[in-house]
Design a protein around this ligand. Sequence first.
Ligand code: ADP
Ligand code: MG
Length: 257
Amino acid sequence: MKKNCEILISVEDLHKSFDDEKVLNGVSIDIKEGDLVSIIGPSGCGKSTFLRCINGLELLDSGTISVAGKTLRRDSSERQAGQRFMKTAHDMRKEIGIVFQGFNLFPHKTVIENVMLAPMVVKKKTYEEAEEIARAILSKVGLLGYAGRYPVTLSGGQAQRAAIARALAMAPKVMLYDEPTSALDPELVGEVLQVMRDLDAEGMTQVLVTHAMHFARDASDYVVFMDRGEIVEISDGDEMFSNPKNERTRNFLRHMM
Ligand code: ADP
Ligand code: MG
């Protein structure tokens, strides 16, 4: 699918601390509709916090986050706090699917029940409607044959694909992934990354925090290197890995590759 030019996620001068620790220190980035963006960087540099901010799960210290036309903002002139911030964050989260390292499937529900739950509870779909949505999505991630299985009987790769399916069931405009393949045996990583490639081909906007450097290099539109709460470098994959501009990027990649 042809990439669109519309900016879907816009982050401006985002600051976030925990207690006295500055975790995000003025992060700005615009992500276009249909982009697949990989975020790499050392452990503890703020990648997960950044994703949580985009997903409206953290109160910002200052800065602006817009996702699909919904804007979270905190600055000295306008302090969105309490209920208003939470309401906007809640609206924003409806546009976003998020997948974590652990699959977080409901263990007492089958694969298809896991996928049907949010459309029924949140979107008030009927059982039949939710089932139709779930079947289409399970087919897309190659799990239709596993619809009636319980999560415990799945491989890690299948479980992660089920987790992606569950997020997709809410028809999000954006998918966020926080190290979705880090807990998987190496031979299962590919099938999960393939789902992201397929979604990319359909035009889904995706932001992926990953240690899967080859995927970041080959599949992403561009790669973001974060270090100590800052975006240090943004380059297309080949450029980032073969010709990093910043010394901090070079140091990191030297240890990773
Ligand atoms: P990464 O995902 O890049 O490994 P994180 O965003 O998880 O980094 O964490 C960045 C820093 O913020 C770490 O020092 C971590 O300890 C701290 N941090 C993250 N979440 C919290 C929290 N809820 N409370 C206190 N400190 C946190
Ligand atoms: Mg993390």
